[in-house]
Write a protein that binds this ligand. Structure first.
Ligand SMILES: C[S@@+](CC[C@H](N)C(=O)[O-])C[C@H]1O[C@@H](n2cnc3c(N)ncnc32)[C@H](O)[C@@H]1O
Length: 403
């Protein structure tokens, strides 16, 4: 049985995952952040109300949960406390399906994407800022290597699998190539998994009915990338950060002091507690991913300290309201070091100096279907939603249950 034996010592352990960055990814789209436009332009792209908007296939992607996330935030906006959401921050963005949906439906005025994986953030940065060039590169790879599949597709997969930017590359070229590497591997690797253990779709022999290019529809991808570019052009996507979750949460108030904390919401979708190192390059699991905290072995049977760190931060330090989705792991609701408590508990100093509030913590279970690593494709699961949005506005479980 799993147990959290840890205590304050685990909570106070360094929360910042050491993330090496062999790709030289930029921390933001531009060194100098753009100012937020005063006037919000309408979104004029057909995909704003599309069912799928993300160009990335993502293990654990929240596309089926996205309508629920949108519903919860929309419901919160009926309250006096959160009449509008001027910025939705997604610190574990991955495929960003929830944010893309929320912005398209007008749930939030703007979105900010962040992730610790430099491959993923380079992709979003290039899609936002070098949209047409990325689309050209994507068509080029498709035409030369993927369209006809077979050996040329697998050889190209091998190329991208080990490719690393040369030190002399100029930063924009480097970002573009890393973005292409991310997109290529994401569309051609089993389940969209970007790290070492997964192979090319269709296997090395390409004898399967599903060849390497079966998840690569260039025209649909081009439109999805254009949608991201459009959101950035009109200032609805404010930036893409390559940062650890904590840095993202701390930097938002500094970067955007003009936004009222009560009108900023963070949606957090951390890696799954179990098996996350098999799915993500940057995982919370100390045994895998280069987000590893450097320990070679961890004998505690329970939840990794970084999940505890996140819970500790959200319970005591978060300056704006948050909505968190997790795999339904009973301990999350039982342990006081996780989300067992019903209220945030900041210190008096943080209440005074940072304005951290003692918001109530609401919990809901939602039945969902997600795409997981494995041969089974979509699986059913219960997702746990935990939030500090005004409790009276958070729909009850039955209303949230997906069809
Ligand atoms: C569950 S996935 C997010 C999936 C996303 N919600 C979607 O719908 O596609 C978790 C993400 O967290 C990122 N991640 C892992 N450790 C992180 C850290 N310490 N800080 C920020 N992001 C991290 C991974 O790179 C991965 O993209």
């Amino acid at each position: 049985m799993t147990s959290v034996t840890s205590s304050a010592s685990a909570i106070s352990a360094s929360t910042t995952a050491r993330i090496s960055n062999p790709f030289g990814a930029d921390k933001a789209i531009h060194a100098q952040a753009r100012s937020l436009p005063q006037q919000l332009e309408p979104i004029s792209h057909a995909l704003s109300h599309g069912r799928y908007q993300s160009p990335l296939r993502y293990p654990g992607a929240k596309s089926s949960l996205s309508p629920v996330i949108a519903r919860i935030i929309t419901s919160a906006k009926q309250s006096r406390e959160v009449p509008e959401v001027n910025l939705l921050v997604e610190p574990f963005a991955g495929g960003a399906s929830a944010s893309l949906r929320a912005i398209g439906e007008g749930v939030a005025d703007r979105i900010l994407l962040a992730d610790a994986d430099p491959l993923v953030t380079s992709f979003w940065q290039a899609a936002a800022d070098d949209t047409e060039q990325l689309i050209d590169r994507m068509y080029g790879e498709w035409n030369r290597y993927i369209r006809n599949g077979g050996v040329s597709g697998v050889e190209r997969w091998d190329y991208w699998r080990v490719w690393a930017p040369r030190p002399e590359m100029d930063s924009r070229d480097r970002r573009m190539s890393v973005a292409m590497q991310c997109l290529f591997l994401n569309r051609t690797t089993f389940s969209g998994i970007l790290h070492g253990k997964a192979g090319p779709i269709g296997g090395r022999a390409q004898a399967s009915a599903y060849p390497i290019g079966c998840r690569w529809n260039p025209d649909a991808l081009a439109e999805r990338i254009r949608y991201v570019g459009h959101l950035y052009t009109i200032g609805r996507l404010v930036d893409v950060w390559c940062k650890d979750w904590r840095q993202t949460l701390e930097d938002v108030p500094e970067q955007y002091p003009q936004l009222l904390p009560s009108r900023v919401v963070a949606y957090l979708d951390p890696p799954y507690i179990e098996k996350s190192s098999l799915l993500y390059r940057t995982s919370f699991d100390p045994h895998g991913g280069y987000g590893s905290n450097g320990r070679t072995s961890d004998t505690r049977p329970g939840i990794d300290t970084l999940h505890l760190d996140l819970a500790g931060y959200l319970r005591t330090k978060a300056q704006f309201r948050w909505l968190l989705s997790y795999d339904n792991y009973p301990l999350l609701m039982q342990s006081k070091w996780l989300y067992g408590q019903s209220r945030m508990a900041p210190t008096d100093i943080d209440r005074e100096t940072l304005g951290v509030r003692q918001w109530r913590i609401s919990k809901r279970l939602v039945a969902t279907r997600y795409s997981a690593g494995g041969r089974s494709g979509k699986k059913s699961a219960e997702e746990l939603l935990i939030t500090t949005l005004p409790p009276s506005t958070v729909p009850v479980d039955d209303q949230l249950r997906l069809p």
